[in-house]
Design a protein around this ligand. Structure first.
Ligand code: SAM
Length: 464
């Protein structure tokens, strides 16, 4: 492993004293993969009973586990393709626990890609309310979309905007806002040599300035009485207590909250920044030597007051041709009712949106909601995102396969499947969890598993 920068080691020794040695040893690894069960699809105990990997619990997150087998390849398993879990560092799982989003609320995740915290928040909200997941970098936003889709999230709007443009539009709109800020990434050192190479004190200072700017914009979007969570995956006080101290001084209407604290949740250190506000002890520090996970910093704020913003329900707005095509597909394929509001057409794509379009029109929106499918001439073709949020009993035709069935591998590799089917759409599932669509034509199933997902998988690793 790449050695840590001398200056980083000296700084940590100055702050931690004798504890620095065990901290540095733990930070050097080995890296243990965290797995968070996607409770939109399966509950943690049911997953544990079928888990292909040995798991141990994460003390602060009931749906979180550590994989206790360094040889495991959980990203290649068909359960991963079925969206049963997200691979996430246990320290990062504390974000949704601290933010504590509730079903039906409006929540904003301002720096969301690749989507670990977004998908956790969505699961805690049980796919209700509104979740806006924003990512400023277009390429990272695409990855966010893939994860949101794989995990079967339906109530998320994905935007590709700067915090300032969002704040200018959405003043006081959200119940809860998460800022998982770009940072110097010291907590990533064990798994990302690039984070070690890129580290410098100058980078820490530049990160702190950017974090302050993002956090100040984020605060504008919190409604009176709402919550704001600031997070980093770094240890540098400039980026943690320093940013929070500056925020508190400039925002007398926000107070720092002292959240419930499992034993591994250490306190913030006011003495590590000059003139630090004594309330900084209410912040949370997670360390790699004090629990599973590689380290995070959290500060939870509550805004004074109590105000419920006006949030209109989105009407459906489908031109007649699009509605007729969608209804024909729905009648032929689906065994659940068509949503009675929020159906919209965007170019040739039909979405269900949880948020009235007047609120997001004019912003860079990658996905205005659940992508149901496309209009091709006068026919509707369902999208993969629709499949991933369904259960086999919600469609008229499903092929539900057991894990050991060779057709699982065949489907995920893009091969056609044999079988006697009525012409139409068939949902392919693995033990009750959707994998994607196939189309039955003359007794054969045309494979519609998306080409960009047909990557090397567990079956090939096993065979090789
Ligand atoms: N929350 C994500 C998760 O759990 O998967 C990780 C987010 S990562 C720590 C920080 C994100 O901030 C990156 O995706 C990065 O592209 C984004 N970012 C970088 N500069 C930014 C800026 N000026 N404003 C907002 N976000 C920014």
């Amino acid at each position: 492993m790449q050695p840590f920068p001398d200056r980083f080691v000296e700084r940590m020794q100055a702050w931690l004293g004798p504890e620095a040695e065990i901290f540095l040893r733990a930070l050097a690894g080995p890296y243990r993969t965290g797995l968070r069960v996607n409770t939109l699809k399966i509950d943690p105990e049911a997953f544990r009973a079928r888990s292909p990997f040995p798991l141990s619990p994460v003390p602060w997150c009931p749906e979180g586990f550590v994989i206790e087998d360094p040889e495991a390849r959980p990203g290649l398993h068909p359960y991963h393709a079925a969206g049963l879990y997200y691979l996430q560092d246990p320290s990062a799982m504390a974000a949704a626990v601290l933010l504590d989003p509730q079903p039906g609320e409006w929540v904003l995740d301002l720096a969301a890609a690749p989507g670990g915290k977004t998908t956790h928040i969505a699961a805690r909200m049980r796919n209700t309310g509104v979740l806006v997941a924003n990512e400023i970098q277009p390429r990272r936003a695409t990855i966010l979309a893939l994860n949101v889709e794989r995990l079967g999230v339906t109530h998320a709007i994905l935007t590709n905007e700067s915090p300032q443009r969002l704040a200018d539009r959405w003043e006081g709109l959200f119940d809860r806002v998460l800022v998982d800020a770009p940072c110097s990434g010291e907590g990533m050192f064990a798994r990302d040599p690039e984070a070690i190479r890129a580290w410098s004190v100058d980078r820490v200072r530049r990160s702190a300035a950017l974090q302050k700017a993002i956090l100040f914009e984020a605060a504008r979007m919190v409604r009176p009485g709402g919550w704001l969570l600031y997070a980093t995956c770094t240890f540098a006080p400039e980026e943690n207590e320093g940013v929070v101290d500056a925020f508190l001084k400039a925002h007398p209407d926000f107070d720092l909250v002292d959240p419930p604290r499992p034993p591994a949740f250490d306190r913030g250190r006011p003495e590590w920044v000059e003139g630090g506000d004594p309330r900084l002890t209410r912040a949370v520090r997670l360390w790699p030597h004090r629990g599973p996970g590689h380290g995070h910093f959290y500060a939870l704020f509550r805004r004074d007051g109590e105000e419920r913003p006006h949030r209109p329900k989105p009407e459906s707005d489908l031109p007649g041709r699009a509605r007729r095509a969608l209804e024909a597909f729905w009648g032929e394929t689906m065994a659940r009712p068509l949503p009675d509001h929020g159906l919209i057409l965007r170019e040739d794509q039909i979405y269900w949106t949880p948020m009235a379009p007047a609120l997001w029109r004019g912003l860079r929106v990658l996905r205005p909601g659940w992508w149901l499918g496309r209009l091709r001439k006068d026919r509707f073709e369902p999208d993969h995102a629709l499949a991933m949020a369904l259960r086999p009993e919600e469609v008229h035709q499903a092929l539900d396969l057991a894990l050991a069935d060779p057709r699982v591998a065949a489907y995920l590799r893009g091969y056609p499947l044999e079988g006697l089917w009525k012409n139409g759409w068939v949902l392919i599932a693995l033990e009750g969890f959707p994998l994607g669509w196939a189309r039955a034509e003359r007794g054969r199933l045309k494979n519609l598993y998306p080409r960009h997902l047909r990557a090397i998988g567990w079956w090939e690793v096993e065979a090789g």
